[in-house]
Design a protein around this ligand. Sequence first.
Ligand code: UD1
Length: 379
Amino acid sequence: MGSKKYKIILVAGARPNFMKIAPLMHALKDHPDIESLLVHTGQHYDEKMSHSFFEQLNIPAPHINLEVGSASHAVQTALIMERFEAVCFQEQPDMVMVVGDVNSTAACSLVAAKLHIKIAHYEAGLRSRDRGMPEEINRLVTDAIADLFITTSRDADENLQAEGVAPAHIHMLGNLMIDSLVTHLEQTSRMELKLMDLNAQPIMDIWSDIKYGIMTFHRPSNVDDKATLGILVQEWIKVSEQLPLIFPIHPRTQSKLEQFGLMDDLLRSKNIYLTGPLSYLEFLKLMSHAALVITDSGGIQEETTYLKIPCLTVRPTTERPVTIWEGSNQLIKADEIFNKAIESLAKTSSDYTIPRYWDGSTASRIIKLLEDFSSASMG
Ligand code: UD1
């Protein structure tokens, strides 16, 4: 038996975490000096929002699943904390690594900090400066107590320094989501898509021969308000008359569309193809062939920047401004979608660049950092 390994618990909770955790789990597999344990909080739990991502990204089954499920923010956060604390007592990790900005990120960081366990935050320092977003609160809370700050862009480094984090603790190592994208993009070219829309019509091989756009919407600020959602629906329909749109619907959005009586308008519009949430590979394939993406997601702003596909983000702020300065992203209002869509279709990929270190090798840079950090702290 060699000496004791440095033990890291990696935390994943919701859909956007899985493509960030996957390259790390692969790079840490069979590591001689670091033992890694995956904890899934169960914040997202169903086949389409969770299981299919584990399968396609080839992530080993989580060692522990806290099975917290959906609940109000306070209840969900409290449940994660209670159950994650028990895991930390039992496993005695040297470090907890959290990613992104979901409730699981903040909840597990709080638990680790109180138990004096080191915290590494991947995707530290992003700031929308909009505290109405639950994710912004999660980012602030996590970065107030983390020990190691791994960032995806220079603006994040600057935000952390302005908040008093010592530069020596900040490491700009690139974008793990792009690692997953680079690994899987080629695979999607060999994949056949057999998608049905919610009217049980097959979505034709739309990606192969005609121009189309793809959309995702789930932010409470867009979908929980009837008037805003009504404007969005009208704009989507207008765009679809010029450019067919594929719309995989997030469960929150579907229930709001039904509740506000807006679903029928969408089901009637011939050029909008509605589906349930798509798997990682299905979405990647459709996105990579799209002429335009319309979204309110965080991660999709980054993926479209890498793919150099115009992205219209329907939000007043973004925590990922590098996707605007360098990439193909722009922030727009709900009632501007149609006009901006027409404008964007005239742009070409040479109008955009890819940020530094968004190159598919971020996981190996992070592992090197973890090796240095663990050997320094193990003496
Ligand atoms: C969460 C994250 C958000 C992320 C998004 C991606 C927080 C604060 N928010 O928001 O950052 O961009 O996930 O999807 O952590 N549901 C299912 N199946 C599931 C999970 C949820 O049907 O596996 C339903 C829930 O019952 C609920 C709705 O989806 O009605 C919303 O899910 P929830 O995880 O609470 O928040 P999101 O809006 O998805």
